[in-house]
Design a protein around this ligand. Structure first.
Ligand SMILES: *[C@@H]1O[C@H](CO)[C@@H](O)[C@H](O)[C@H]1NC(C)=O
Ligand SMILES: *[C@@H]1O[C@H](CO)[C@@H](O)[C@H](O)[C@H]1NC(C)=O
Ligand SMILES: *[C@@H]1O[C@H](CO)[C@@H](O)[C@H](O)[C@H]1NC(C)=O
Ligand SMILES: *[C@@H]1O[C@H](CO)[C@@H](O)[C@H](O)[C@H]1NC(C)=O
Ligand SMILES: *[C@@H]1O[C@H](CO)[C@@H](O)[C@H](O)[C@H]1NC(C)=O
Length: 503
């Protein structure tokens, strides 16, 4: 055996030591990308807002800042009840109005007397935030805070430097004394004719990130999470997490820009859809919660449009979440679980128009039936068509489609549709179409019976990646079934008009 031949064989055997071929690299992520805090926030899907304070006792929404602190006296306050209800109903974080516009603090701030300290509740020794922080830590769900920039009580309000110092001192108390904070919620709400002053937002944001690096900051303009632009929980039917922060102003946003995001945006700023379970944000004895099917509808139009659903459930004047609201939340949970527990696509054989590198284990179509962002379908590069096929042994009936992108790789899909092969004629027929996908897209349509389905992506910012595909039967939200086709072709402008006219 010559030396050359010897070398040749030993090289072969060297390679044989590893008996699987090396993996094909993942495709390049496309900017902008989410931070790990934004990813964790988005995968949480739903958060519960808790509006609570003197307004709860005075039947008001915007307190004047002049009511006597003694009105605040929740006789049965139990933060464990709030957290248990939130967790049992599928919410992954709760956000408390630590201070609303009236300036009253639900924690014993050292920078004002206008707080729980001056109330009769627990003889002035109580701390709502401490009780809530203990309950969330115990239950393992996230805690967020709203500290209203507008303060109608404190005398420094209106004096720019003094008030910014006061505000940041309170913020520091909140972010250093109560453990881990997952979200800080800010808005630009301010009454007509209120004193003019500047908020030092950049300083606030820097300090918040310094004190709580795991927190996302919510405002009209991010930096981490943006307001959707209405208080109805309604996202645009096209909804990019991409956004230009410089195009948005806190307290003065263009709702259409917020609802749709920006395909050409430079920043990753996904949207949060806030809405109250009741007509008001605070509890009022004469108001009732929305029916569960309406919450389901909001879920489709928020979580199902690449956003987070932030539902306000205001504790009552006893300091407990009311029985009526608990019943609605329970029903909402049951409906949601019964729809989404059973992905009928799991019975399908999945194939695709192409597979990246031909590596079917790594990037094949079957990956879309596995939960989680790590496994996804990736097509071969430079393809004219991006298609996923589902073949069923027995026909399936469904009226909901779910599509997800692995958003850690950036948001890509700009347009897609689902087709079904007619069992009789054998022709492909359009079931539904949509624009953006993002973390999760849910679409409803009249019931379809099929044995062959085709998901087609026809526009994308880069090769599309699909991490999950689901089809479901929704027996509850009948009201929207017949309007789905109209909804998806409606423009954002029309949706906004409709929203305005139904306010
Ligand atoms: C508070 O609520 C929790 C959960 O519902 C309950 O287990 C607990 O007994 C309540 N505590 C009090 C003091 O009522
Ligand atoms: C509050 O104060 C009253 C009177 O000073 C006292 O009777 C009561 O036991 C106190 N309650 C608590 C919870 O400390
Ligand atoms: C957002 O920024 C990008 C890059 O500067 C720009 O191309 C795009 O037009 C901007 N979007 C809007 C709505 O101005
Ligand atoms: C608040 O809700 C609880 C049920 O969790 C109920 O027992 C209580 O009566 C309610 N309080 C008021 C003032 O409605
Ligand atoms: C919705 O469509 C179904 C059949 O597709 C029909 O029976 C029903 O009457 C329609 N409902 C409304 C409110 O139009």
């Amino acid at each position: 055996m010559s030396l050359i031949t010897l070398l040749f064989f030993s090289t072969i055997s060297l390679f044989k030591i590893s008996n699987s071929s090396p993996l094909k690299p993942h495709p390049l992520p496309i900017l902008p990308l989410p931070t790990s805090q934004q990813l964790q926030w988005q995968l949480g899907s739903m958060a519960m807002f808790l509006h609570f304070g003197p307004n709860t006792f005075t039947n008001s929404e915007w307190g004047t800042g002049k009511v006597n602190p003694s009105v605040f006296n929740p006789t049965h306050l139990n933060a464990t009840q709030w957290v248990k209800i939130a967790k049992d109903s599928g919410f992954t974080r709760v956000i408390l109005t630590a201070k609303h516009h009236d300036g009253f603090c639900l924690w014993p701030s050292e920078f004002t007397d206008y707080s729980v300290k001056s109330s009769h509740w627990r003889n002035g020794t109580g701390d709502v935030l401490a009780e809530l922080a203990a309950a969330t830590a115990e239950a393992g769900i996230g805690l967020g805070l709203y500290l209203s920039p507008w303060d109608r009580h404190d005398l420094s309000y209106g004096k720019t430097l003094e008030y910014n110092e006061f505000y940041l001192s309170q913020m520091t108390e909140l972010l250093t004394k109560y453990g881990e904070i997952k979200e800080v919620w800010l808005d630009g709400a301010k009454g007509e004719g209120e004193k003019d002053m500047e908020y030092f937002f950049d300083t606030w944001f820097s300090l918040i990130h310094q004190l709580q690096p795991g927190a996302v900051i919510f405002s009209d303009a991010g930096p981490d999470v943006r307001w959707i632009g209405d208080e109805a929980g309604l996202a645009g039917s096209t909804c990019w997490s991409l956004f230009n922060r410089t195009n948005a102003k806190i307290g003065d946003t263009d709702p259409l820009y917020s609802q749709g995001g920006d395909r050409f945006g430079q920043d990753w700023v996904p949207a949060e859809c806030d809405v109250s379970i009741r007509p008001g944000w605070f509890w009022h004895a004469l108001e009732s919660p929305k029916p569960a099917v309406q919450l389901l509808d909001i879920y489709y139009n928020s979580v199902g449009r690449n956003c987070l659903f932030l539902l306000n459930v205001p504790p009552n004047s006893s300091g407990l979440i009311s029985e009526q609201d608990i019943k609605v939340l329970e029903k909402f949970r049951q409906m949601k679980n019964s729809i989404f527990a059973n992905n009928l696509a799991r019975k399908a054989v999945v194939s695709s128009s192409s597979i990246r590198g031909g590596q079917s284990l790594q990037f094949g179509g079957k990956n879309v039936l596995e939960e989680g962002l790590d496994k996804y379908w990736a097509p071969e590069e430079n393809q004219k068509e991006w298609e996923l096929y589902l073949e069923f042994q027995d026909s399936v009936s469904f009226n909901v489609l779910e599509v997800r992108e692995p958003i850690q790789m950036g948001q890509r899909v700009a347009s897609f549709y689902l087709e079904s092969r007619n069992i009789g004629s054998g022709k492909w027929e359009r079931v539904v179409s949509g624009t953006t996908v993002g973390n999760k897209r849910l679409l409803r349509f009249p019931k379809v019976k099929s044995r062959s389905l085709k998901l087609v992506v026809d526009k994308a910012r880069a090769d599309p990646l699909i991490s999950y595909l689901g089809i479901y039967m929704d027996k509850f939200s009948v009201s929207s079934k017949n309007t789905t086709k109209i909804t998806i072709t409606r423009t954002l402008q029309e949706e906004q008009q409709q929203h305005d006219s139904t306010k």
